[in-house]
Design a protein around this ligand. Structure first.
Ligand code: URP
Ligand code: ZN
Ligand code: ZN
Length: 467
């Protein structure tokens, strides 16, 4: 079965050009200059022709930070692998990397197996896993080698959430030494959870219980401090370090300094930290609960620092940290006590569109959009070549994007299994037109044509940023 995507502008991380793209089976077969005899010969034989005139043809988005079905805060993230990957496809994301959780007292590999069981046969698009290490012990450290062999080549650790996922500096140090030895990347949730817990207890004791205090008890300095500490631990151990969901200029400064010093330190941010801010957490009538995530939304001045970091490449990836909880019954668990609001926000469906607003506003180029949302995530997490690029032999994960369309984001029209949108009513330019996942049409003409179980587990290699 061949598909010809004709007349579009193929946008890659390094440039853009008018080109026709021929897909054969699950892979990209070839690109050709439009209207040449070669390109015309494809029109005659292609089983399906997709007209991309006036549109961008980009490698499918890769969201390397999602939490489908995560058990957290006394409940579960409301998107399953089925609903979450379907929503991702609607938004032009064709691969997710989700986090398999090692439970306290359990094995790391058992956590990965449990995540396979949740995802297997249910995904509309391809998926991989990182592993969350929440119990560092001799067995778990050994299992990190087996995880890498099985294609789980990155491990998230937490300086936040004492009593849940938290690891001590000593435990982080040991896991970093292991990562240094086996080539894995350590991903860090960098907030000083021990100090934050004191601030949270003090706020609650003084009757400051509204959602905004979630933000006010997690000051940016404590993200900056934890980020610096993680960087120093990584320096001593020699481990590559990837800071997840970076929000604060203090943390960005620490990353920039480490990178300027030649250290293998990388960082991502998420759309919510570029568009939303602390005042959203302060919305009345408990509506601020919709915006509770950790690290929290910051005062507005941080968002401009993050856009600058995206331009200088000190922030090199945009993920979503998609971790949805419905307002009704889930966020509401924290009425009267902000510390009981499940932490996390929905976003997997809107990352490509939201970051495209940066292109429309002249903040980043369309090539940088592709780099941040697809190509660098692929390289960072050992997927590049197969994913993150439109080139002969690559998986035909392709999005046709209409840069001139207009849409309004709303919970009434989104496909995520969550009862609100953090961007309700936001009018945006650009829209996903067509989505292919490994050569199969998933989205076309405003309809979902995919199926659960089409998506396959992807064994990832080591990070392609490291020699
Ligand atoms: O609030 C958040 N970010 N929830 C998901 C878990 C995490 O820390 O990434
Ligand atoms: Zn986190
Ligand atoms: Zn997360």
């Amino acid at each position: 079965m061949s598909i010809l995507i004709r007349g579009g502008t193929v946008v890659s991380a390094t440039g853009s050009a008018l080109a026709d793209v021929l897909v054969d089976g699950e892979s990209v077969a070839a690109l050709a200059v439009p209207s040449t005899p070669l390109a015309e010969s494809w029109s005659a034989v292609a089983g399906t022709v997709i007209d991309a005139t006036g549109k961008y043809v980009i490698p499918g988005g890769i969201d390397v930070h999602t939490h489908m079905e995560l058990p957290f805060g006394g409940t579960f993230a409301s998107d399953t692998f089925e609903t979450g990957t379907r929503a991702a496809a609607w938004g032009g994301t064709t691969t997710i990397v989700d986090f398999a959780v090692q439970s306290k007292g359990a094995s790391l590999l058992a956590g990965i197996e449990a995540w396979h069981a949740k995802a297997d046969g249910n995904c509309a698009i391809d998926y991989g896993f990182h592993a969350i290490i929440s119990d560092v012990n001799e067995a778990a450290l050994k299992e990190m080698d087996a995880a890498v062999e099985a294609g789980v080549t990155s491990f998230k650790m937490f300086m936040a959430y004492p009593g849940v996922f938290y690891s001590t500096d000593g435990e982080i140090f040991l896991a970093m030494q292991k990562a240094r030895a086996n080539g894995a990347v350590i991903m860090m949730h960098a907030e000083n959870g021990i100090a934050i817990d004191q601030l949270v207890a003090q706020a609650l004791a003084e009757g400051r219980t509204d959602p905004v205090y979630h933000g006010l008890t997690r000051p940016p300095e404590l993200e900056g401090e934890a980020t610096s500490r993680a960087i120093q631990l990584a320096k001593v151990t020699g481990a590559p370090l990837y800071i997840v969901h970076l929000t604060a200029s203090q943390a960005l400064n620490a990353v920039t300094e480490a990178r300027d010093g030649g250290q293998n330190v990388f960082a991502e941010t998420c759309p919510q930290y570029l568009y939303l801010a602390l005042d959203d957490l302060a919305k009345p009538d408990f509506e601020g609960a919709k915006y509770v995530a950790s690290p929290p939304l910051r005062p507005r001045e941080h968002t401009e620092a993050l856009w600058k970091g995206l331009r200088t490449n000190d922030l090199s990836v945009i993920s979503t940290d998609h971790c949805p909880f419905c307002f009704k019954d889930q966020k509401e668990l924290g009425r009267g006590d902000f510390s009981k609001i499940p932490n996390g926000m929905p976003g997997v469906e809107h990352r490509m569109d939201l970051i495209y607003q940066g292109v429309a506003a002249g903040k980043i180029s369309k090539e940088r959009w592709v780099e941040l949302c697809s190509t660098t995530p692929a390289r960072m997490f050992g997927l590049y070549g197969r994913k993150g690029v439109i080139a002969p032999g690559a998986d035909a994960d392709i999005v046709v994007y209409d840069p001139d369309a207009h849409q309004t984001i709303s919970a009434a029209t989104h496909h995520m299994n969550v009862d609100y949108s953090a961007y309700e009513g936001m009018e945006i330019t650009g829209r996903v037109d067509t989505v292919l996942s490994r050569g199969s049409v998933v989205i076309r003409d405003g309809e979902f044509h995919g199926k659960s179980g089409h998506g396959q587990f992807v064994r990832r290699g080591l990070s392609q940023y490291l020699v």
